[in-house]
Design a protein around this ligand. Structure first.
Ligand code: SF4
Length: 254
């Protein structure tokens, strides 16, 4: 099975997160080095326990780093993939974002790279689904600003005039028989997900909403597709619909 989910741009986040993990090791070693003489004075057993805890912490960080790099670059379906992905999304992301900011790298670039890493994890899981288990979630800003049709409540009302990418996305949704919805914000997105109970989500959004969303809905896997913003944020945004269609080719059970 050949998975066709785009993961271009993942290197930045992988390099930053590896540096983050190494820094965490250095900081904890320094902390231990400072407090260990005091611990020895209190109790030899306590000092021994603290050293064991430090070694265990190092082991988990080193193993986690190796696993994440292995999963991301080889896109291999390792048994531990889900555990490593959980730790990565929940714990490593915020610390890496902080390091990136300290190095003067924009949040946007880091988030975009994180989405690519997330997508490489999706490739690694290599799971296929029935069309009824999938959900395509879109942002409202994809709809052309001059369009008066209320597609937020029912996207099938789109008249497919072709002024925006909703027309093409409706065709894809009909062709593959996949539910598709527009979320005007995080609350509505959560409501749509609760009502539809998808097993896999294809989400189109800007870097910020995408990262927030995929961290929030975990463990539901999300293929993140960044929208294009030729007229600036939140207005007449576009999406490369071929990315969605080619991913569907490998996601849907034959
Ligand atoms: S394609 Fe659909 S949503 Fe987009 S402008 Fe035309 S009718 Fe409105």
């Amino acid at each position: 099975m050949d998975f066709k989910i785009n993961t271009k741009g993942k290197n930045l986040f992988l390099i930053l997160s590896t540096i983050t993990l190494l820094l965490m090791m250095v900081v904890t070693t320094l902390l231990w080095w400072f407090v260990s003489p005091r611990l020895h004075e209190i109790s030899i057993v306590l000092a021994g326990l603290s050293l064991t805890a430090l070694r265990a912490f190092f082991f988990i960080l080193a193993l986690g780093t190796i696993l994440v790099l292995l999963i991301s670059y080889t896109e291999t379906n390792l048994l531990v993939a889900r555990f490593a992905i959980r730790a990565y999304i929940k714990i490593i992301y915020p610390v890496t974002l902080l390091l990136g900011r300290l190095l003067g790298i924009s949040k946007e670039k880091i988030r975009e790279s994180f989405v690519s890493v997330n997508n490489s994890f999706i490739n690694a899981i290599k799971k296929q689904f029935n069309p009824s288990e999938l959900l395509i979630l879109l942002p409202h800003c994809l709809q052309h600003i001059d369009c008066d049709i209320r597609i937020t409540t029912d996207i099938t009302k789109c008249e497919k005039c072709g002024k925006c990418d909703i027309a093409k996305l409706c065709e894809i949704s009909e062709k593959y028989k996949i539910k598709m919805a527009i979320a005007t914000g995080g609350t509505l997105a959560r409501k749509i997900i609760i009502e539809n109970r998808p097993k896999f989500i294809i989400a189109v959004a800007c870097d910020r909403d995408l990262v927030e969303g995929l961290r929030e809905v975990f463990p539901i896997p999300v293929y993140g597709v960044l929208n294009l913003r030729p007229e600036g944020p939140c207005v007449n945004t576009r999406v490369i619909t071929e990315k969605i269609e080619s991913a569907l080719g490998s996601l849907i059970k034959a």
